[in-house]
Design a protein around this ligand. Sequence first.
Ligand SMILES: *Cc1c(COP(=O)(O)O)cnc(C)c1O
Length: 427
Amino acid sequence: MEPEGLHPDTLAVGFGYDPEDAYGAVKPPIVLSSTFAYPSAEAAKDVHRAYFDGPSPERDAPYIYARLDHPGLSLLQKRLAVLDGAEDAAAFASGMAAISATMFAHLKPGDSVLHTAPLYGGTHGLLHGPLAGLGIRPVAIADGLSRESVAAAAETALAHGPVGVIHVESPANPTAGIADIAMIAAFAGELAERQGRRPVVSVDNTFLGSLLQKPLEHGADLCITSLTKYAGGHSDLLGGCLTGSLERVGPVRMLRTLLGTHMDPFTSWLLLRSLETFPLRNGRANANAAAIAAFLRDHPMVAGVTYLGFLADGSPAKAVYDRQCAGAGSTFSFRIRGGEAEAFAMLDRLKVFRMAVSLGGTESLICHSATTTHYLVPPEIRREVGVDDSTLRISVGIEHPGDLIADLAQALAAVGTGAKSQTSAGS
Ligand SMILES: *Cc1c(COP(=O)(O)O)cnc(C)c1O
């Protein structure tokens, strides 16, 4: 199957697999073997030469040992690369494994890292903990839509050392803040002339996923995705992936072999299975989310909804959104009138939504950001990034939208009544 002219829906089902490779089996087998036999001593030497020499030659080399590569992993990587429109892909045991390997492969002591803010908690912890400990300095970009803001952060960073990586998270969690990937990639080109080395522009694409945003098409060098979320899509696995050019992905994959953070055969197979329904699930969840966001926006107990579909026409964020994103996704936040008490009362009354962190599964999830995902963030910084005691984040699943809206309606109605009786008792 040649990818040219085929839609993601088709590629997600069959690309990269030939039944002739496995007894005519319509679906790829799970190959659990940890090691692979050489046909001869001379072949063994050739295989090792192919793996270790040259600019990322290991990609199409025969299998040696499952930590280096195995059949399920290479098939999955082919499919992930084609969905992202990338030359190459590397899959990891988790999204954080992909992010940390990328940072360690492309940064040196003395470098700085520019990043958009707020960052995913794990990425924030990595940059401010182990990487800072190695003399690598993180510098936040105040506004990812403004070239002046990126340039100002770069000046601060350059006072410490060369910018090794520019890490972009767009849209951000839970603010839905947008960064202009094309502008930042162009800025990386200018920095290359100034410091003699192009910073690697990596984009964490987890919040929209590869069907709604293609960072590589906008000039990013690397696209990182937590497959735990939309691609896995059933909240039953952990995985991560990196896509980009052979030149940029190759060193990270080589480091993966040394760190031992490859994806295992069973998870690779689960992901191949999940990808087949990715476009279907995405379509349904996005439509459900649009209906729920509209319902919440109009509800008297809701103070505001942060949903990409509601960006104001004519705003800079909306202009970049229209250019960069193919849809608003299915994870967003809203503020309930009141504070923690009202938020908790509503959460405890929900019957269909499950109360849990994470996102992108078939089931709808909800959580109170300040006391869960942003527990470690100090209150003043939390408010700066738009998380207060009334903020609730929801990840909309593929259930019937009528059931989801009815569940939210009954929970909000109960809180509304509770709030009123409290007021009357106090008066
Ligand atoms: C979940 C998540 C990650 C980390 O992925 P894991 O698979 O949990 O390691 C990174 N970035 C974002 C934006 C995420 O939501």
